[in-house]
Ligand binder design. Sequence first.
Ligand code: 13P
Length: 252
Amino acid sequence: MSPNRRRPLVGGNWKMHFLRDDATRFCDALLAGGALPADVVLFPSFPLLHSVAEALTGSEVGCGGQDIHPADKGAHTGDVSGAQLVDAGCSWVLCGHSERRHDHGEADDLVRQKAVTALRYGLTPLICVGETQAERQAGRTFEVLERQLRAALTDGPATFTLAYEPVWAIGTGETATPEIAQDAHAFLRGQLGDMLGETAAEAKRILYGGSVNPQNAAELISKPDLDGFLVGGASLDPEKFLAIIRSCGSDT
Ligand code: 13P
């Protein structure tokens, strides 16, 4: 790892997988992996949060929710509040994952509201942006990324981390090439520079997500604007997840 590089961050988004036993076994295997060359955070589904947070106690591995409601509390069946996430041991939360945008019709402005609420509770929002295949094929990738980013950040949270997750690469096995990913990350960093200033933009970690695995991680992380990963499928196997994390520690 070059000395000036932002410290990598690797998130494991477990989506709607695992029961408590799987989750605690996973945490034991992860923690047995010893010192890691990246910050690591797990995003279990809500019923697993307490067990995972407990299993991670005393370690440097963080825990986060997969979603948050923008209101503090109230009549919102099926939703989870910032206070509940904190109470469950979270320090992070995903905001605007494409599966939330698609499955639940979450629009750009709601993503901003969620990220603002997260920060109010001391949770770091991990804001996800990414274009669909149709948008990429229509040459609209940068337009979509700019729209999603500006909507999330204009009057949005002061502290956040960003993930570029091209929708066409999620769960498909079709990873973005390192060049495609780098182009998008450099574009996003440029936009952050416009919005926050160069220094703040340079300090921001931008994660890549979409069919990351132990085979492609090292080449992706060698790109200058990639600062880690948000891993779905491969984050369900501790050996694969550890291999991805370790790939962040070697210059390739
Ligand atoms: P996959 O790694 O399964 O493609 O999922 C990526 C993702 O959506 C992480 O948030």
